[in-house]
Design a binder for this molecule. Structure first.
Ligand code: ASP
Length: 454
């Protein structure tokens, strides 16, 4: 059996939902359909999840939320008309949204998550009704009834491990096609909690793993995963997509900014060894990109290049640092005490740089960290630089190919780009280059030409 997940653009309108129906109908192995909330119908449109977040924030702040709530209901109402479904579904949706927005606000995180989850819940209810009305018997299943239990980390919840057995027991025997809302589950206390943004990918991967699916099909709006983000390098959109990649390559690329697949969704698939197939709802005949435990052949040295802005570097210098046992451990524990999660740590003999997301280092955190460093480590120099971007060249082939770094460095130097940092992990699967954010686009273009244009 196959589990398929359809992203926001695939369920953005009735026209898209009918494409989803045809895709599901065309293969009887497609037994579970996971859906996102309706996304953008065209450029400039707003995703339902964004409208819901705006409405929830209005309600929390005591402002009028009715305009955003009405825009959400209008999205479903338009679909109802075009899909010819009963009026009661829209009435139920509108009443439920009002109920959630009027709920107690003593726990803001839980309040916002319950409103956010509305988008996926009613997307799934509408799809199930539309499929059944067109002769494909399907059933909406709520994450609560499937035992999808999440931690109480509202807005970035994690799955509780017992959920796998619960989901298998609940969905395994279902005779109809299951339509399941992505993005959320329930805490042990019965409250709705959501994964981080884009988290319907995670729901799909969890269900595929729980049911031991032969493949997890992730339908989006591109024919394949491109080796670089076409928004940064438009010529890549006209080039070849990646046909095959390994789980490890996918994890590296999606972590470092590949927008096609949520990085946390790779893990459940890896553990259960379920291949992921990224495909296009608007072009379902394309085979898409296969993500597998192992590639049969590992041609070329680089399979993809991810680019990610928004980093900062904390630089600490102290003469004879290497003689002070525990210096780096103390530095890291200062950062941990301020909840700063680090990305990498290039070090010299008497200096160390710690790199993390700049958003984790607002001014108040920075002054506390600086004060603690001065007090506990007595450094010769401390500074912080923002505006750093990372370029990550990823490819299993690097382990067996000599000179990948040379190619990257040569291409970047020809483009006049200064390298601020280089970090190659021991897995030899990726090399990370720190550059100025303003150099990101020319750098990606230079590397695309170096590695993917013959
Ligand atoms: N609707 C949610 C979001 O926009 C989750 C998802 O689409 O995967 O983030």
């Amino acid at each position: 059996m196959k589990v398929c997940k359809f992203g926001g653009s695939s369920v953005a309108s009735s026209e898209q939902i009918l494409k989803v129906l045809e895709i599901v109908r065309s293969d009887p192995a497609r037994r579970v359909v996971v859906v996102s909330a309706p996304g953008k119908r065209a450029k400039g449109d707003t995703k339902v999840t964004d409208l819901l977040i705006a409405a929830a924030e209005d309600a929390l702040a005591g402002r009028d939320h009715s305009e955003n709530a009405a825009r959400v209901v209008a999205r479903y109402s338009a679909m109802r008309d075009e899909l010819g479904l009963g009026a009661d579904l829209v009435e139920a949706a509108s009443a439920e949204l009002e109920r959630r927005l009027a709920a107690p606000k003593d726990h803001p995180g839980a309040f916002v998550d319950a409103v956010k989850a509305f988008g996926e819940e009613f997307s799934a209810r509408f799809c199930a009704a539309a499929f059944t009305a067109r002769g494909l018997r399907s059933a909406y299943v709520d994450p609560k009834d499937a035992g999808m239990l999440l931690s109480e980390e509202y807005g970035s919840a994690r799955l509780l491990p017992e959920s796998y057995a619960n989901i298998k027991a609940a969905l395994g025997p279902m005779p109809d096609v299951v339509v399941f809302p992505g993005f959320y589950g329930y805490t042990a206390g019965g409250r709705i909690a959501t994964f981080s943004r884009g988290g319907s990918d995670i729901t799909g991967a969890i269900i595929a793993a729980a049911l031991g699916a032969e493949v997890y099909e992730n339908f989006t709006d591109v024919d394949a995963v491109y080796p670089v983000d076409p928004r940064l390098c438009p010529e890549a959109a006209g080039g070849e997509g990646i046909r095959e990649m390994t789980f490890a390559e996918m994890r590296e690329l999606s972590y470092a900014g590949f927008a096609v697949f949520h990085d946390e969704a790779v893990m459940p698939a890896i553990r259960a060894k379920i291949p992921i197939n990224i495909r296009n709802t608007n072009n379902p005949d394309e085979p898409g990109t296969m993500v597998l435990p192992r590639r049969k052949s590992v041609p070329g040295r680089v399979n993809g290049i991810a680019a990610c802005p928004g980093f900062g570097a904390l630089y600490v210098e102290k003469w004879m640092m290497n003689r002070e046992i525990g210096f780096v451990a103390k530095l890291l524990s200062i950062l941990a005490s301020e909840n700063v999660s680090i990305e990498c740590m290039p070090a010299g003999v008497d200096s160390v740089t710690v790199v993390f997301k700049d958003e984790m280092f607002p001014d108040d955190v920075r002054s506390r960290v600086f004060a603690k460093i001065e007090k506990d480590l007595a450094p010769d120099h401390v500074s912080y630089r923002r505006g750093i971007a990372f370029l990550v060249a990823v490819g299993e082939g690097m382990r067996t190919t000599v000179g990948t770094c040379l190619h990257v460095v040569t291409a970047l130097s020809k483009a006049g780009i200064n390298l601020q940092m280089i970090n190659q992990g021991s897995s030899e699967l990726s090399i990370m280059f720190g550059i100025r954010e303003t150099d990101l686009q020319p750098a990606v273009q230079a590397l695309y030409r170096e590695f993917f244009v013959s």
